[in-house]
Design a protein around this ligand. Structure first.
Ligand code: HEM
Length: 509
């Protein structure tokens, strides 16, 4: 009996063992097969076919169309999410708002490619904000936001800094007595002066040669970096020994040297107990207490690159937006007239408008929003980079791909706007005449990388536009050919044009 039991037990256990073993083998085989199947079944985004190694580089670089139009053409053909390739790196373009919102909230689509030229100059990777990742980016961005989301910098109000520059322009245009002029120099110099004042504490003379050079170098850096920085941020292209890459490095170095002079000056006179008056002063103060606050990334290199990011991010973007705005207002005198009427009704002509007036000037807000929609100065933003394989809008996107939203599509597609090619500020007003900010086509991006300079940029747009429209009837000289072509680099900026500013007799005192 015992023998039978033990044989039964053995037989039973043996068969259990065999069944279990067989099951495990089958499960492993099945999951291996599924794994192989799933890697076969990856669904990458659609897109134009390219050539080996270069991908679509030649098409993007040498397109007869401006690159944002080329990308928009591909959008029409390939839909909400598509990609093209440059040296094997996929560049995913998102045309759908919900997919964009979901994607840019995802921490796996939050990184950026290194800006090789600046890292090369500094001999270190992962610096500053715009091209940094991980813990260092988080700390540096938090500090940057704490400075730029306030209405004052140390003891000075941002509104006074901006207003001072625009009053200077108003005086200069008045002196021209209706003569035509190119607004580019005035706009570029004053926007540059606002951001350098915030960063370095210095307001430069427009005749200052070093300042003029830096303004020119910054513009050039934007132009030669390619649309959305697609070339200067491509890990292969950026390292090629091409003249354009040497030039980008030279420009970075020169701009950083300019910032370094100011940092050295601040260091010499640094007093941790004195009130701060600019970004560098605030940064030095933060550095002095960084150890106590357990902040790891506050050092000399991050300081210079944070200043560099603010100078470049806060300069060409605003200047291009403003130059387009002045052009569009001159081209649409009726919209400009309605805006002027609202300013005169609320503010009168004895004083300049203030930021506090903004909430009572919905048509002004709507007109600025329509200018920014009609021509977005940032049509495709700096791409994010995927830090993991991930899914974007139903497509499998490998780790290391670039991902950008097509802001031009959000601004101009008939999917989002009635008569997108018609300039109509009232589209941003509700029936009661209130401004509807929520309708704007995300000009400052969305999610974790959203532009940290938005408050300053909006302030600059409001003050420049209202001061000019209150004081001048802006007109395109007779016979000027319409030109909405512009130049595309990191931003989309207008070609040079002339306007006339005929005084409306406001603020004559
Ligand atoms: C009209 C003017 C401006 C426009 C249209 C604009 C637009 C944008 C956009 C679309 C992004 C990318 C968002 C993303 O990657 O998801 C961005 C990022 C950035 N902007 Fe602006 N911007 C403007 C003004 C400014 C100003 C005034 C500053 C500086 C004070 C600034 C500093 C930056 C920085 C540092 C980043 C990188 C943020 C990060 O990577 O975390 N921008 N901006």
């Amino acid at each position: 009996m015992a023998q039978v039991m033990s044989t039964d037990f053995l037989t039973h256990n043996l068969s259990t063992l065999l069944t279990t073993g067989l099951t495990i083998i089958l499960v492993v085989l099945f999951s291996l097969r599924r794994k192989n199947d799933s890697s076969k079944k990856l669904t990458h985004p659609p897109g134009p076919s390219g050539i080996p190694v270069l991908g679509n580089l030649l098409t993007v670089a040498f397109s007869k169309l401006p690159q944002h139009e080329l990308i928009n053409g591909w959008s029409k053909k390939y839909g909400d999410v598509f990609w093209f390739k440059i040296f094997g790196t996929g560049v995913v373009i998102i045309n759908d708002k919900e997919v964009m919102q979901k994607t840019f909230q995802n921490t796996d689509v939050c990184d950026r490619a290194p800006f090789f030229a600046s890292d090369y100059v500094l001999g270190r990777e992962n610096n500053g904000i715009a091209f940094a990742n991980g813990g260092s980016w988080k700390e540096q961005r938090k500090f940057f936001v704490s400075i730029f989301r306030k209405v004052d910098i140390g003891v000075s109000r941002l509104e006074d800094i901006v207003g001072g520059q625009v009053k200077n322009i108003v005086t200069q245009v008045k002196n021209l007595k209706g003569e035509k002029f190119d607004p580019a120099i005035m706009v570029n110099m004053s926007i540059a002066n606002i951001i350098t004042r915030i960063i370095t504490g210095v307001t430069y003379d427009w005749e200052d040669k070093a300042f003029q050079d830096i303004v020119a170098y910054s513009g050039k850096l934007f132009d030669i970096s390619g649309p959305a920085g697609l070339f200067s941020l491509n890990p292969v292209f950026a390292r090629l020994p091409l003249p354009v890459n040497f030039e980008i490095r030279r420009l970075c170095r020169t701009i950083m040297d300019f910032i370094q002079v100011s940092i050295d000056e601040h260091r010499k006179n640094f007093d941790p107990n004195a009130p701060v008056k600019d970004f560098i002063g605030s940064y030095l103060k933060e550095m002095a207490s960084a150890d106590a606050n357990n902040l790891k990334s506050f050092d000399d290199t991050n300081m210079i690159v944070s200043c560099f990011d603010a100078l470049l991010g806060g300069w060409e973007t605003v200047a291009s937006t403003l130059r387009w705005t002045i052009y569009l207002l001159s081209k649409h005198p009726e919209a400009q007239g309605r805006m002027r009427q609202e300013i005169h009704d609320l503010v009168g002509d004895e004083r300049f408008p203030t930021i506090a007036d903004r909430q009572y000037l919905p048509l002004v807000e709507a007109t600025i929003a329509e200018c920014m929609r009609f021509i977005p100065a940032v049509p495709i933003h700096l791409p994010h980079v995927t830090s993991q394989d991930c899914n974007i809008g139903g497509f499998d996107v490998p780790k290391g791909s670039a991902v950008a939203a097509n802001l031009l599509h959000f601004a101009k597609s008939p999917m989002f706007w009635e008569d997108p090619e018609v300039f109509r500020p009232e589209r941003f007003l509700d029936d009661a005449g209130n401004f509807m900010r929520g309708l704007e086509p995300v000009p400052f991006g969305y999610g974790k990388r959203q532009c940290p300079g938005e408050l300053l940029a909006r302030m600059e747009m409001f003050i420049f536009t209202t001061f000019l429209v209150q004081n001048f009837e802006l007109k395109l000289p007779a016979g000027i050919k319409d030109d909405l072509q512009g130049v595309l680099g990191l931003t989309w900026r207008p070609n040079h044009y002339f306007i006339e500013g005929h005084p409306t007799n406001a603020n004559e005192e």
